[in-house]
Design a protein around this ligand. Structure first.
Ligand code: MG
Length: 161
């Protein structure tokens, strides 16, 4: 099965910019109920999508005080646990970040390593890429950051799902 996830958060001065578990040096960061990690949120939705298990808002409502400032690796942990409970295994993950600044090249390898560790995958099965929005629109103006993620999952025991 294949699942797709998308997430977006506004950027504001004085907030932290955390992407795939890495805190980036930048003057602005994501405005969110949790830590606003758009890559992890898109990843969760890709996993939930592949499993047919709804979306991150259903599993972790932003009205729930428990998830206030929560580290988003908790959400990925939960999604990966669901994969195992369904008798499935993640094959690969491909993420795209859409952000004009800062550049993520110095952080890509650690981002991939973080995702691989959370998802029990060899790092070769994880891809993190980025594109700018060419200065266009709210992302181009630095007002927001978005991420998309696709995840393939195989069912090791088809009777379980
Ligand atoms: Mg989000």
């Amino acid at each position: 099965m294949v699942g797709f996830g998308y997430d977006i958060h506004r950027l504001a001065e004085g907030e932290s910019l955390i992407l795939a578990g890495v805190t980036l040096a930048h003057h602005s960061g994501t405005v969110a109920h949790s830590d606003g990690d758009v890559i992890y949120h898109a990843l969760c939705d890709a996993i939930f999508g592949a499993l047919g298990k709804g979306d991150i808002g259903e599993h972790f409502p932003d009205t729930d005080i428990r998830w206030k400032n929560a580290s988003s690796d908790r959400f990925v942990d939960y999604a990966v646990q669901l994969v195992a409970e369904c008798g499935c295994t993640i094959v690969n993950i491909d993420c795209t970040l859409i952000m004009d600044a800062p550049k993520i090249k110095p952080y890509k390898e650690i981002m991939k390593a973080n995702i691989a560790k959370l998802c029990n995958l060899p790092v070769e099965r994880v891809n993190v890429k980025a594109t700018t929005n060419e200065g266009v629109g709210f992302i181009g103006r630095g007002e927001g950051v978005a991420a998309m993620c696709i995840c393939q999952i195989v069912n090791e025991s088809p009777s379980n799902i």
